[in-house]
Design a protein around this ligand. Sequence first.
Ligand code: NDP
Length: 300
Amino acid sequence: MTATLIDGKAFAANLRERLAGEVAKMQAEHGVTPGLAVVLVGDDAASAVYVRNKGEQATAAGMHSVTHRLPAETNEADLIALVQTLNADPAIHGILVQLPLPKGLNPDRVIAAIDPDKDVDGLHVINAGRLSAGLPALTSCTPVGCMLLLKDRLGDLSGMRAVMVGRSNLMGKPMAQLLLAANCTVTIAHSRSKDLSSICREADILVVAVGQPEMVRGDWIKPGAVVLDVGMNRVPSKDPVKAAAGGTRLVGDVAFEEAAQGASAITPVPGGVGPMTIACLLRNTLEACARLHGLPTPVL
Ligand code: NDP
């Protein structure tokens, strides 16, 4: 392996520490405590773990943290009524409705009900529009985390060729906008793109979020590129005995060992981009709180 590892776990731990400092400062100087409300509908096991981690990390950073757990059979009107109550609650500055929602609940309508100024997941169309117009916007947490890692590694990104593989509203589109705002020349690739490997080989910065285990191979990487692997895929354990017993392991969308031969820096899975997501959710909550109270936004 020739690439340097980008340690998102350590970066996120440091970011959370700095956030806790800013939260304490905000409380001491302005008597304001940032508040995060997370809404979980149903009993999806993975979502329950994410929600618990979000609540615990918000509390650890000194924030006011509330989790609403609703049954899977909750109807949309009741869910939207809860969102509206949180919109009106002055102790809450960030609202996140954990996705995916159970069948029968329309995520677009639920997200549209969130006050855009409290939309710390950055999914409201107002925030997507503000981002693409170059206006201050709450922006999806994982792309924000990716940008922090890239700027830490590369400094000024101006003029670099960036390729974003994946075009979801949660990841690919906001990431492409952030890269563009940082003056990269950006290509967005997706499942209908032709000759994806050649597109990837043009990238000084390659960000992959497709949900396809180890799809991006080593010979797709331009020598010296910086590679951020957003994918989180469960595949059978390498150990056949464990695999037979249902054992799994987590892999990214990039074939790590191969890609690390040519890249100058790469995020591992786990421990790369993943830990940045919750840290950036807390960062967004602090930012939303500062804006809602007319306070300067802490630079983190
Ligand atoms: P989506 O399923 O919403 O989007 C996947 C995107 O990848 C689509 O734009 C799709 O193209 C594209 N795609 C799928 N297959 C291919 C292919 N063979 N070639 C090229 N493009 C392809 O997923 P998300 O963006 O939400 O997430 C992507 C991955 O990132 C997942 O593994 C997810 O778990 C992970 N993730 C991790 C996070 C973290 O915190 N680390 C946060 C968010 C996501 P098209 O639009 O044409 O269908």
